[in-house]
Design a protein around this ligand. Sequence first.
Ligand code: G1P
Length: 304
Amino acid sequence: MNEYANTSSPVTGVRKAVVPVAGLGTRFLPATKAIPKELLPVVDRPAIQYVVEEAARAGLDDLLLITGRGKDAIEDHFDAAPYLEERLAADGKDALLAEVQHATEVAEVHAVRQGNPKGLGHAVLRAREHVGDEPFAVLLGDDLIDADEPLLERMLEVQRTRSATVVALLEVPEDRAHLYGVAAVEPTEEADVVTITGLVEKPPAGTAPSNLAVIGRYVLRPEIFDVLEQTEPGRGGEIQLTDALQTLASDASIAGPVLGVVYTGRRFDTGDKLEYLKTVVTLASERDDLGPAFNAWLAERAQQ
Ligand code: G1P
């Protein structure tokens, strides 16, 4: 018997998504001095809205933001705005009205504060009361996943059929591995699914166990909460979700296997300045309304 209570939840459909948003966004200062980084626009909607829409598309319509000081505007974004809506309706701006109302309707958004943020593991632990004894998803706001190549749906399917903890993995170049959690893996009978045998948070250059990096999508079982309670601060002095997952991966008697779904679609990183710019340009160039004019300008500019 291991030290963790095995609550072995019944296999229910996952309904809840947890989205940590308490980070300070220091990489985007001074833009993020008074505005949460999650509200920086990616074309014409805040980055966080893409993530919430991704969760809703996968059937997760109960969303918990793990928030913090200075982040109230994120909740406002998903709340009704009666005065604005009345004005848009009165002015006949129906398309804009629909966009504004869509943010309210896309999911039921709850929030809990992280208080003194002590890392991603600590943020996830703050979801315990809201989540209860069910499997749940965690989506990190910096990672945007191509809507045309769904990832979360596949992870939920793997969770349901294998009753496992499921982590999204992406092949990255060796010289980028130190920026991520990195997994040691073994193949399974399914081509896109691997068994995770170990995980390291941000391994020093040259020590990564593979080129498979954790990207910000997880489907977790509720046993993770007990493990997080007992996880000591790790890299950067923070309670790392990766370390709790490593505990699960090293002892399947706690909560079954930890599996990785290897994603081959496009993942956009909005947490890094250069990658953020590339994301905005790529998504704008693919939009039906903006793309033609924007691409023509881009082509012209590339020749200068
Ligand atoms: C977090 C996780 C890391 C993961 C990354 C994905 O790191 O701790 O394991 O690879 O997200 O974006 P962060 O980027 O918040 O430092």
